[in-house]
Design a protein. Structure first.
Length: 427
């Protein structure tokens, strides 16, 4: 996924929580559809979702679908506050037939979604991708984009330092840093000026919880604090490694554009990033040989998994008068995913069994390998935070990086920010 698209998804994902408070209704069943045109074909489907970089691929998709089926698809790409407008549409009985949601939205928006459990495509999806859109045993969302979140590394620099395997424990990660430094190579170079990257590294702590949702439920109930995270001390050890073997306090003023340029030029060996960084990096240096490995947060290699997230889903509104046609359209997208999702300008990685992701590059290939081996978390660890907290994470962690706060003070600041967000949304 291109960086612009990913940034837009981050912004929209933070807006969902709490927007449907007081909305009633229960999920209803939507016929799955076979991809065939409805009788007569005189149907117009409305779709609400996606981001501006997807427009070219969306236009081609809707044009081809009408040519093949006779069904018109009117697709609206939302602006900066998609959920606010979507809520208004539902309230005024003008909801789209199909709408776009993020991982973590279904606890809030599930009451507006039709049950897609019987759809033809369900058995062809990665189970971890379906999990986030499954509520009380009902599949409410059709995943269409998965991203992997870990550590991107320069294979040539690893080889130059004599490193022949990626680290799988915290001790091994520290040893990797030492070997790189001894070879005259800067190990890390983090762009902690960006709140999104700090959100991702802190989310690792929640992803490693035995039951992340249950832990966040206890946070919300006040029976636990962020200091109770099982690997909170290990998180600070990880964070210290990125600072001590990277840019240190300078990280808080170092941004994404500089990081892309410097990493592509071989100025550091590792960056805490994910699959979304592939296209920007290769656009800068087409010959860059990189890979992706899971962030280790313990000294037990069996614990180490890649954080993955089906970042976007399509759902059918349970108010739709064209549920069967909407189901048919989603099934057609699955059947034609290679052409319209992967090989097009959309360039997303759908979690389907009928796609070849090799043209998306090595980062997506590594993600698929982790998923196939059962070594993937189904979340980034940030999905269950109260709305807005993902941006609040930055200030305490930047203060720590700048040497202005210790671990205890940082945890306290994060906890206060969490409680303030809960209070603001009435939690």
């Amino acid at each position: 996924m291109k960086m612009k698209s990913f940034t837009a998804l981050l912004l929209t994902g933070a807006l969902a929580a709490g927007l449907l408070a007081g909305c009633g209704g229960a999920p209803s069943a939507a016929p799955s559809g076979s991809g065939a045109a409805p009788e007569g074909g005189a149907v117009t489907l409305s779709v609400y979702g996606g981001t501006s970089p997807m427009k070219e691929a969306i236009d081609q998709m809707t044009t081809d679908y009408k040519a093949q089926t006779g069904v018109t698809v009117e697709w609206e790409i939302p602006g900066d506050e998609p959920y606010t407008l979507l809520k208004t549409r539902f309230a005024s009985n003008e909801a789209p037939d199909i709408f776009d949601l993020a991982n973590g939205d279904y606890a809030t928006w599930g009451v507006r979604c039709a049950d897609l459990t019987g759809a033809d495509w369900v058995s062809h999806m990665d189970e971890t991708a379906l999990a986030a859109a499954t509520v009380e045993g009902k599949v409410l969302g059709f995943p269409y984009a998965v991203e992997g979140n870990g550590i991107v590394y320069n294979k040539a620099l690893f080889a130059q330092a004599g490193i022949d395997k990626v680290p799988e424990t915290l001790d091994e990660l520290e040893d990797t840093c030492k070997k790189l430094r001894a070879a005259g190579i800067q190990p890390f170079g983090e762009a902690f000026k960006e709140w999104g990257f700090l959100m991702h590294i802190f989310g690792t702590t929640v992803a490693y919880e035995k039951d992340p949702r249950a832990f966040c439920d206890e946070l919300n109930a006040g029976t636990k604090t962020l200091g109770d995270l099982a690997n909170i001390d290990n998180f600070f050890r990880l964070y210290d490694l990125t600072l001590d073997y990277g840019k240190g306090a300078e990280s808080v003023g170092y941004g994404a554009a500089d990081q892309v340029a410097d990493f592509a030029a071989g100025k550091m060996a590792m960056i805490k990033q994910g699959t979304w960084y592939g296209d920007p990096l290769w656009a800068t240096n087409p010959d860059l040989d990189i890979g992706l490995f899971a962030v280790p947060l313990t000294n037990n290699a069996a614990d180490t998994k890649l954080m993955t997230s089906a970042t976007r889903y399509f759902s059918v509104a349970n108010t739709s008068k064209h549920a069967a046609e909407a189901g048919a359209f989603l099934n057609w997208i699955y059947e034609n995913a290679q052409k319209y999702l992967v090989d097009s300008t959309m360039r997303v990685a759908p979690p389907y069994d009928n796609v070849d992701l090799s043209n998306l590059g090595a980062l997506n290939e590594d993600m698929q390998r982790y998923m196939a081996e059962g070594k993937a978390f189904p979340i980034f660890g940030t999905e269950y935070f109260p709305s807005g907290f993902v941006t609040d994470i930055a200030t305490p962690l930047q203060a720590y990086a700048a040497g202005m706060a210790d671990e205890a003070a940082t945890i306290d600041a994060l906890q206060k920010a969490y409680e303030n967000r809960l209070a603001a949304q009435g939690g």
